[in-house]
Ligand binder design. Structure first.
Ligand SMILES: C[S@@+](CC[C@H](N)C(=O)[O-])C[C@H]1O[C@@H](n2cnc3c(N)ncnc32)[C@H](O)[C@@H]1O
Length: 219
């Protein structure tokens, strides 16, 4: 049997996964940023929507609440984070599907999603994994489907670069490098996405967040 793919957990150490939701809510104005990402995705009834690297399912749940008539799936490698996500969905009475698997090789049907979203996951992947993940996201989308990303981006100024350092040390210099250099748009284009844009950025205590979008061309 193949050994499971190694991955960087939500807060770098497995023992901290239980504290992830509290840490994020207290430090990042999480609700506001995730709401902005959900709104950016322009969900419509009947859409199939995927949250790649869903972790504890906060965005997955927000997507379903925003558009109850969409079918929403969350995928993550971490069984503990998925356990928390499933409990949150159950408590909220939300019908969500959670799948354990890698964002670089998702065990999902190609061309079966209208929207793929990913929040704070890409900076856990080194360049080669980011490239595989973005190609996989492209393949999972139907023609005309859209990818929407919220993740760390290039700092607007030295203060934001300094603020990002603790995250870089915690999650690793290699996986965070392309984020810090502002390379995500280029990686999206390389993966085949069109209309790639950084739609907005936000200053936080941990550095600059970037919102991006890209489209799988209709033909
Ligand atoms: C910082 S958390 C973000 C979780 C969630 N998207 C959010 O915004 O709160 C990063 C998540 O990415 C997941 N992850 C890391 N590498 C992964 C991979 N190769 N495939 C799937 N999930 C991965 C981790 O397990 C973790 O749950």
């Amino acid at each position: 049997m193949a050994s499971p793919e190694p991955f960087v957990p939500a807060l770098r150490f497995h023992a901290l996964t239980r504290a992830y939701d509290r840490v994020l809510a207290l430090s990042l104005d999480e609700e506001r940023h995730k709401r902005a990402l959900v709104e950016q995705a322009s969900l419509a009834p009947g859409m199939d929507v995927l949250d790649l690297g869903c972790g504890t399912g906060t965005l997955t749940l927000a997507l379903k609440r925003h558009q109850p008539a969409a079918r929403v799936t969350g995928l993550d490698l971490d069984p503990e984070a998925l356990g928390i996500a499933r409990r949150k969905a159950e408590d909220a009475g939300a019908e969500l599907t959670f799948v354990q698997g890698s964002a670089t090789e998702p065990p999902l049907v190609a061309g079966s999603f209208d929207r793929v979203l990913t929040s704070l996951m890409l900076h856990h992947l080194v360049r080669e994994q980011k490239q595989r993940c973005l190609r996989a996201a492209w393949a999972l989308l139907r023609p005309g489907g859209e990818l929407h990303i919220l993740d760390w981006g290039r700092a607007q100024d030295p203060l934001m670069a300094l603020a990002f350092l603790p995250v870089r040390v915690l999650d690793g210099l290699a996986p965070t490098r392309d984020n810090a250099r502002g390379n995500l748009p280029e990686l999206l284009r390389e993966a085949g996405f069109a209309d790639v844009a950084v739609t907005r950025s936000a200053r936080t205590v941990f550095g600059s967040l970037a919102f991006l979008r890209g489209t799988r061309p209709a033909s």
